[in-house]
Design a protein around this ligand. Structure first.
Ligand code: GEK
Ligand code: PPY
Length: 247
């Protein structure tokens, strides 16, 4: 199956609107995220591998800001723990509808997958069941900065001892030289994946008010303040990283 190519920003938009996860984005999302996020396929697959170590019998595994359910599918492929249940949550109707279709297709392809539920909801208002794994794969960066601490506190309360939060994010860097170098290399990554200067510039402008990355130090401090005992970076490619936070 070949992904529909992302051409959303290939023609001049005049006034570039704020980025939203609507039907147009859903249509091209698998192609867009692979060509925009260095290391994305590696991160998604390995969240499944990591999860298998933390999953505990008869608990929930959450994929928060699930988009089309890539992490949910990886969890269902890798985790065999008895009585686990995967819950994918996203507040975009277009994403949730397509995610449900993809998961039905996965059910038709594999036997003995963990049961899954796709919930259309804002993760800020979610009541979580006792969880052994929670994934926030490139979701926290889209949450209003003043809501991030409270969200992580509620995730910490839901996590069982021995469980883990996996947090993947685009990073900014306090050191200006490091920030500029890794951002320039990220733009080179996009050019190498066929994005034009116009596409890059318009997407950047669309994301400006919507996606606000933090530094690794900010993430570590906030996670520790939310009650997590240990923060372990397990992956970084350019300015994109993934962390394991232990309750
Ligand atoms: N408050 C919110 N509540 C619920 N969902 C939200 C909220 N805010 C944003 N979202 C959802 O978070 C997702 C972020 S994309 C995640 C990729 C996926 N994890 C992947 O591994 O493919 C990241 C990206 O596109 O860079 C979108 O689907 C939003 O609708
Ligand atoms: O495109 C970018 O520059 C990004 O930082 C990541 C991204 C990927 C897909 C949707 C929104 C943001």
């Amino acid at each position: 199956m070949t992904d529909t190519p992302d051409r959303i920003y290939s023609t001049p938009h005049g006034n570039v609107a704020d980025f939203v996860f609507n039907e147009d984005v859903v249509r091209v999302f698998p192609d867009m995220i692979k060509r925009s996020v260095p290391g994305y396929p590696t991160i998604v697959e390995n969240i499944g591998v990591l999860a298998a170590r933390f999953a505990q019998p008869h608990t929930h595994l959450y994929d928060l800001g699930s988009s089309l359910g890539a992490v949910t599918q990886a969890l269902r492929r890798h985790v065999k723990t008895e009585g686990c249940r995967v819950v994918a949550v996203d507040n975009s109707t277009a994403m949730v509808d397509r995610c449900r279709e993809y998961l039905h297709a996965q059910d038709a392809m594999y036997q003995e997958l963990l049961p899954v539920e796709v919930v259309e909801a804002d993760i800020l208002g979610l009541v979580l069941q006792p969880a052994s794994l929670i994934a926030l794969n490139f979701t926290l960066q889209f949450i209003a900065p003043d809501r991030r601490q409270g969200l992580l506190e509620s995730l910490h309360r839901a996590l069982l001892p021995g469980g883990a939060l996996i947090l993947s994010e685009k990073l900014r860097f306090h050191d200006l030289e490091e920030h500029v170098l890794l951002n320039d290399l990220h733009l080179d990554f996009k050019r190498a994946n066929g994005y034009s200067e116009l596409e890059i510039a318009q997407k950047r402008s669309a994301l400006e008010n919507v996606m606000r990355p933090d530094s690794l130090e900010d993430h570590r401090e906030r996670l520790l303040a939310a009650g997590f005992s240990k923060v372990v970076p397990w992956f970084q490619c350019l300015n994109f990283a993934s962390l394991i936070a232990l309750p």
